[in-house]
Design a protein around this ligand. Structure first.
Ligand SMILES: C[S@@+](CC[C@H](N)C(=O)[O-])C[C@H]1O[C@@H](n2cnc3c(N)ncnc32)[C@H](O)[C@@H]1O
Length: 272
């Protein structure tokens, strides 16, 4: 069971994710499902904000998205807590594509009030970083001090219901199949580190955000298309995978499909 306080041990979380930086960089290029998701998610951000708008990226990981947006002309401040991710971010800050538009800082999303450089036009969280906290209210309260009124958030989160995982019941993998539904979250093994994970429904996020945030868009990923961790599927069935991605694109934005899958992207406007 994750720590009951909802405050994970950040040193342990950072130790686990530090070992993942190279893998994340590689998968973004080699894995068709990851490439497709990142492409769609970046388009959601670009739809909300044009360059040279400012983006605060929380749980930015190795900085793949941060570098992408900086190269497009946005001003990006990327934050994370894992030393290995921060080292990868530092390397990207120094790359020519970043220009002088990319900066980074070691910062937990639980401490947004002390971020440098705000207020920002958009706060971005990609691929499940916010599943590393139970205390979304604390993140939401910090948001109010770093986001300008009229600004937006784009958050990509793992929901409790993932049909591809539930289907693992048919193969007798009960623990995998039901892990997202466990009250109080689960402990994930991230490169040998014990990382607590909570699965948040869009309703849970809406309640944490409060009335001054208005959800303007919700879409799911990998409802039909198998999640990226079903490694072999996209290699064995590339054509079928593309068809399933198209189905996700067509149907993933419609209720009730937009709240289940491997991830969903939630876009909300801060009315201030
Ligand atoms: C699944 S990775 C996603 C990374 C990145 N957003 C991406 O799309 O590749 C989760 C990230 O969340 C970071 N993280 C976990 N807890 C955090 C916290 N309290 N504050 C900031 N970052 C955190 C981890 O270090 C890790 O880099």
């Amino acid at each position: 069971m994750p720590e009951s306080s909802g405050q994970p041990d950040l040193a342990e979380v950072g130790r686990g994710f530090s070992a993942k930086a190279d893998e994340y960089d590689a998968l973004a290029v080699t894995h068709p499902v990851v490439r497709w998701m990142r492409g769609r998610i970046r388009a959601l951000v670009e739809n909300e904000l044009s360059p040279p708008g400012s983006i605060l990226e929380i749980n930015a990981g190795s900085g793949l998205d941060a570098l992408y947006f900086a190269a497009k002309g946005y001003r990006v401040h990327a934050t994370d807590i894992a030393p290995g991710m921060l080292a990868a971010l530092a390397a990207k800050v120094a790359s020519p594509e970043a220009g002088d538009r990319l900066s980074y800082e070691a910062l937990s999303f639980a401490e947004l009030g002390s971020v440098s450089g705000g207020p920002y036009d958009l706060v971005f969280s990609d691929l499940g970083g916010l599943n590393c906290t139970e205390d979304l209210e604390r993140v939401a309260s910090g948001l109010r001090s770093v986001l300008r009124p009229g600004g937006a958030i784009v958050w990509v989160i793992m929901p409790p219901v993932c049909p591809w995982e539930l289907a693992q019941l048919l193969r007798g993998h009960r623990d995998t199949a039901l892990r997202r539904l466990r009250r109080g979250g689960v402990i994930a093994n991230v490169e040998g580190a014990r990382v607590p994970v909570w699965y948040h429904s869009p309703g849970r996020v809406r309640r944490a955000l409060g009335r001054d945030f208005r959800i303007t868009r919700l879409r799911s990923f990998c409802l039909f298309c198998p999640p990226s961790f079903f490694h072999g599927f996209s290699q064995r069935h590339p054509g079928l995978t593309r068809t399933l991605m198209r189905l996700d694109d067509l149907i993933g934005g419609l209720p009730p499909f937009n709240r289940c899958g491997d991830f969903y992207a939630l876009v909300a406007c801060y009315d201030g």
